[in-house]
Design a binder for this molecule. Structure first.
Ligand code: AHG
Ligand code: MN
Ligand code: MN
Length: 357
């Protein structure tokens, strides 16, 4: 450097010795084949996207980061579940009358704590809690509905499970008591929604109403990286997803549609974790069906913390989500743990199903 030639530096040429000229070039690697800059962390992405909201003050960004942090902790707990004795039943049933698994409880605590400490959220609706949780954050602008651990029947057998979340802006003034209007909002009012899939890798997929983006967790770096930018659901697909055990007790229209799927040589795939089943169909093209049945006359999937978030994501990716009659996002919720039939996925497949209903 001692001998660096001033003129050479100006030209972008670096001289070690005046007689040994090194040929250099500016960093202009063509990354277009990759589609989007790789190496973008979730944090950076959220920060960059904040500019899309003209009056954003950063609280929603922080809230998304809180969820991401809790999901990393939950991913860690899940990763060592078989070793640390957190598999199996907790010994209680939740408000649904379903047996709570230990990881249901752990995930519920982790997410609720992260949202409490973050300070942006005033109230949480959780699958694992009978009532709305008032986080006592007087300045919290947001309400979160969450299924902390989805697919709990798969925990003990090392099969993919997930977390589903919806974010709403509270409608009553900050600091006032939480009201029904704050928590029973239509899905169309969501400001953001997403899921975390704890699968062969952990992924976080979310939308703020401007497309859908997916991030894969790099465990050794402790970061989510953008891996699936601007996800678009295939317009149609070959996969149909239903618990086949239900078919003797579902409506004739559903049976007709399933028979048509079989005649057309489509493929049946069912994991039994909604997040995992939805994610596969979102990427590959397909339809997920959880209809009403004799056992569950209103279906099984919960509107507030399962169906709404996935419906928002599906629509943002160009897909469709209905209860067989109405758009999921247009349903006015009447209670916290309300169930709904759910038909969701590639647009043409949902439309085809509707021709049988
Ligand atoms: P959760 O574990 O949060 O209670 O959700 C389970 C849901 C959903 O993930 C899945 O698609 C469905 O239940 C499976 O139901 P069946 O066992 O009736 O197929
Ligand atoms: Mn669930
Ligand atoms: Mn659950």
């Amino acid at each position: 450097m001692d001998h660096a030639d001033k003129k050479g530096l100006d030209l972008g040429i670096f001289f070690v010795n005046s007689d040994k000229v090194m040929k250099t070039k500016p960093y202009t690697q063509d990354i277009s084949p990759l589609g989007y800059t790789v190496g973008v962390t979730l944090d950076r992405f959220i920060k960059d996207k904040q500019a899309d909201f003209p009056f954003a003050t950063g609280e929603l960004s922080q809230l998304l980061r809180d969820i991401a942090l809790a999901s990393k902790i939950v991913a860690r707990e899940i990763g060592r579940a078989g070793l640390s004795h957190v598999t199996g039943a907790f010994g209680h049933t939740n408000v649904q009358g379903e047996e709570q698994q230990k990881l249901d409880v752990v995930a519920n605590i982790r997410f609720t704590r992260a949202l409490t400490k973050g300070g942006e959220v005033c109230a949480v609706v959780s699958e694992e809690e009978n009532e709305v949780i008032d986080l006592q954050n007087k300045t919290g602008k947001y309400v979160v509905a969450i299924d902390p651990l989805d697919g709990s029947s798969n925990i003990d057998v090392n099969v993919s499970i997930g977390t589903i979340f919806s974010i709403y802006r509270r409608v009553t003034p900050q600091g006032s008591p939480i009201s029904e209007q704050d928590v029973l909002q239509k899905g169309s009012q969501q400001v953001a929604a997403g899921y975390v899939l704890y699968g062969s890798s952990t992924m976080l997929v979310y939308t703020t109403g401007i497309g859908v983006n997916g991030f894969t967790y790099e465990r050794s770096l402790g970061e989510f990286f953008l891996s699936h930018p601007a996800i678009q659901a295939p317009v149609t697909g070959d996969i149909f997803t239903i618990n086949d055990g239900l078919t003797p007790s579902v409506g004739l229209g559903i049976v007709e549609f399933l028979n048509a799927c079989k005649r057309k040589g489509r493929t049946s795939r069912y994991i039994g974790s909604l997040v995992a089943d939805f994610h596969r169909n979102l990427l590959k093209g397909g339809i997920y069906l959880y209809p009403s049945s004799t056992k569950n006359p209103s279906g099984k999937i919960r509107l507030l913390y399962e169906a709404n978030a996935l419906a928002f994501l599906a629509e943002q990716a160009g897909g469709m989500a209905t209860d067989g009659r109405r758009r999921i996002l247009d349903i006015q919720p009447e209670s916290l743990h309300q169930r709904t039939p759910l038909f969701i996925g590639s647009r043409e497949l949902v439309e085809e199903l509707h021709t049988h209903l």
